[in-house]
Design a protein around this ligand. Structure first.
Ligand code: PEP
Ligand code: MG
Length: 762
């Protein structure tokens, strides 16, 4: 029998059907959704070369020095020629075609996939070394099978086997022929973290056929799921420029541009993630070891295209020559590579830190220039680059995800890698000294990283990396842009309040003085830089930036502060929007900063006006914003509710077009209760949970819900469990907490939400 049906194959049949065939047979038997198909067995290939008498010549042709690029190329060409020029015996040809006709309606497009007998074994990932052909039909089938056979002798396969000491004559190749899944979306799934072995499911997903993800030609979306809780920890939506599809005319797989409306849209829906998690669990349960699964979705059905053991998880922190060993958790530990400017960021896909000279590799023939200890920088690695990758200290690619060739091979070679770094081949220069961090995905200038204090960020990072998923968004307050990184490390859903006055305070001069000394442009630049730091850190999560609200007593401490008005009660004085409206010439610089930020493409920034009292304040601020070139129709903007007047006027303020209100409970409490928030003598009377305050908040939320205006809190009380409970019960849209409170607030929100759901069904 030249072929074996997948239904009749089990995992013990590796010698007969190769690793891939055996795995697919096993999965089919386990009831997993594997497309149907058959395997042209390894024995068929072996008989083919032996009966034709080409075996001896084949093996001697590929017995070459694997470090000699030219010799590898010649060996490959000769082996390929020998196989392709030898005809397949008629009986074998007929059997393959007969099996094809038995598949579906006999006219199906099939995938023709190599399945080497030494492939996919737990100790040696031969990932992506042999050919796969998609959308094949009867006319080309046998030829494609032969090409798969020939691909056993690709340069990279010869290199791998020679290096790892696999005798060529001991490796056979079977070919899987399987119904094509004309995938609308596809990708891969790791049932454990591929670098660290942590109990996290990693899913990568892109539009179209899976080839693009596996080859690394597109940066896929990345979903990280905590296996213990089943919760989705992070979702990174990539800008997916291209996809592979079947050309309806020719049936060929072609690369095409992703339509604009799908490029930055999430590929997987929640239900699909759940189904994939379940599939991943079933596969791992079945095998008892972490698996690397290829999957595809067609018309709502999920199919499993492949599963193999993950070969890249280190049992322990092995020392890698010339490379500093990475943290055991593979990504979030502080380490010594944080010095130097971050030039670029990508996905940390192979752990470790490496320094070296950049070698930009654009074509295969540049590979000779990659020396021992260099860092290869390339659009995406090609399998033929393996010898050079081995010599390199590190690898950086423009494109690709955790499962791209570069990622898999570099992990296996123990070479740190950062993939999907965007424009590395353009932004880095040949010979430039850089340090890459394969955990964090950073590429820094220079070679000698110094110790740096990273504790504040690590403090903020949740000790349990489980982010509770909540319907109510949980955001974080940021006072100074320098804290943005620390704030982002909390996993918050965005910034609920970025106080611009802190940026101004850090200038050491009042805005008027700063402009007098340095000019208007420099002042706007400072604001832009500060806002951009946070917007960048959180992108695409929203960052709500508030225009200036500094009481005059605070500004008095700055250079130029002598010119600030002296007020009896600064809290009730010249601050917030009232000051901005009174001095539009100064205010317009702030609005100009917003305009520039939007022009730069930071569409995640939102504008918030402080201390408004009524619709007139709102309308005037909005009009000035418009005059400065920020279109209120296009941008998300809103106001703080910090005075009882504002709370009572929310309906008329909504008519002016606000998208949101945010409760400034620090002020709302002081103005409702007539308690100076800075006066310790009356501090015991400062009670944000006072019924009067809660009543104003509760009513405002109710009105806003009717009017479709979002609500939030960004005063200190947003970090208090009782307030959180009250707000969630009332239906607030988001809560913004202090950095150190974010994780607790997330849990509190989740607890209340779950109780509300339970109450509604009991
Ligand atoms: C508030 O008043 O609650 C608020 C967040 O603003 P600030 O503390 O800056 O006045
Ligand atoms: Mg306030």
């Amino acid at each position: 029998m030249a072929v074996a049906w997948l239904d009749d194959v089990r995992s013990t049949d590796v010698d007969r059907v190769g690793g891939k065939g055996a795995s697919l047979g096993e999965l089919t038997a386990a009831g997993l959704p594997v497309p149907s198909g058959f395997v042209v067995t390894a024995g068929t290939y072996r008989e083919f070369i032996e009966d034709a008498g080409i075996d001896e010549e084949l093996f001697s042709a590929v017995d070459v020095d694997h470090e000699d690029t030219e010799a590898l190329r010649e060996a490959h060409e000769r082996a390929h020629e020998l196989i392709m020029e030898t005809p397949v015996p008629d009986d074998v040809r007929e059997e393959i075609i007969a099996a094809y006709r038995d598949l579906g309606d006999g006219e199906r497009f099939v995938a023709v996939r190599s399945s080497a007998t030494a492939e996919d074994l737990p100790d040696a990932s031969f990932a992506g070394q042999q050919e796969t052909f998609l959308n094949v039909r009867e006319d080309a089938l046998v030829e494609r099978v032969k090409e798969c056979w020939a691909s056993l002798f690709s340069q990279r396969a010869i290199y791998y086997r020679n290096r790892q000491g696999f005798p060529h004559e001991k490796v056979d190749i079977a070919v899987v022929v399987q119904e094509m899944v004309d995938a609308e979306k596809s990708g891969v799934l790791f049932t454990s973290h591929p670098s660290t072995g942590d109990p996290q499911i990693i899913i990568e997903a892109a539009w179209g056929l899976g080839e693009a993800v596996v080859s690394g030609s597109v940066s896929p979306d990345n979903y990280v799921i905590d296996r213990e809780t089943g919760e989705v920890e992070t979702i990174t939506v990539a800008d997916k420029k291209t996809m592979m599809i079947k050309d309806e005319e020719t049936g060929e797989t072609i690369e095409t541009e992703v339509p604009d409306d799908k490029r930055s849209v999430r590929v997987l829906e929640d239900g699909e993630i759940d189904e994939l998690i379940e599939l991943g669990e079933r596969v791992e349960d079945h095998y008892g070891t972490p698996q690397d699964v290829e999957w595809a979705v067609h018309e709502g059905e999920i199919y499993m295209l492949q599963s193999r053991p993950i070969t890249t998880i280190d049992d322990e922190d092995e020392a890698v020559p010339d490379v500093e060993a990475a943290g055991a958790d593979g990504g979030i530990e502080a380490d010594s590579a944080d010095s130097g400017d971050v030039l670029l960021r990508g996905l940390g896909s192979s752990p470790g830190i490496a320094s070296g000279e950049v070698r930009i590799v654009t074509k295969l023939d540049h590979l000779d220039q990659v020396g021992e200890g260099d860092i290869i920088v390339t659009e995406m690695t090609m399998p033929d680059m393996v010898p050079a990758m081995k010599r390199a200290a590190g690898i950086v690619t423009d494109e690709g995800g955790m499962t791209s060739h570069a990622a898999i091979v570099s992990r296996e070679l123990g070479v740190p890698a950062v993939v999907g770094a965007g424009s590395a081949t353009h932004d880095l220069e040949d010979g430039q000294l850089i340090t890459i961090d394969g955990d964090k995905g950073t590429i820094r200038e220079g070679t000698e990283p110094e110790e740096e204090e990273t504790e504040p960020i690590e403090d903020a990072r949740p000790k349990t990396p489980v982010k509770p998923m909540t319907a109510t968004e949980v955001k974080v307050n940021v006072s100074i842009p320098e804290a943005a990184e620390r704030a982002a490390a909390t996993g918050a859903d965005g910034v609920g309040l970025l106080r611009t006055e802190h940026m101004v305070l850090s200038l050491g001069k009042t805005p008027t003085k700063y402009i007098a000394d340095n000019g208007e442009r420099a002042y706007v630049d400072e604001l832009v830089d500060g806002i951009r730091t946070a917007a960048e850190e959180f992108y695409p999560r929203p960052v709500r930036v508030r225009t200036l609200d500094a009481p005059t007593d605070e500004f008095r401490q700055l250079e130029g502060g002598d010119d600030e008005p002296r007020e009896h009660n600064p809290m009730l004085g010249y601050r917030g929007i009232r000051r901005s409206l009174d001095n539009p010439d100064l205010f317009k610089h702030e609005l100009e900063a917003f305009r520039r930020i939007f022009d730069m493409g930071y569409d995640n920034v939102e504008v918030m006006f402080p201390l408004v009292n009524d619709a007139e304040d709102v309308a005037r601020a909005r009009d000035l914003m418009k005059q400065a070139g920020v279109d209120p129709e296009k941008r998300t903007w809103g106001v703080m509710v910090e005075t009882p007047a504002a709370a009572l006027a929310v309906e008329s303020m909504a008519e002016e077009g606000i998208d949101f209100v945010s409760f400034g409970t620090n002020d709302l409490t002081q103005y409702t209760l007539a308690v100076d928030r800075n006066n310790e003598r009356v501090a015991d009377r400062f009670d944000e949970l006072h019924p009067a305050v809660l009543s104003l908040i509760g009513d405002t939320i109710e009105t806003c819900r009717e009017l479709g205006v979002k609500t939030s809190i960004c005063g200190q009380a947003g970090s208090k469990p009782q307030m959180v409970q009250f707000l969630v019960e009332k239906g607030v849209s988001s809560v913004s907490a202090n950095i150190d409170a974010v994780r607790d607030v997330q849990h509190e929100v989740k607890r209340v939400e779950q109780r509300l759901i339970l109450d509604s069904v009991r």
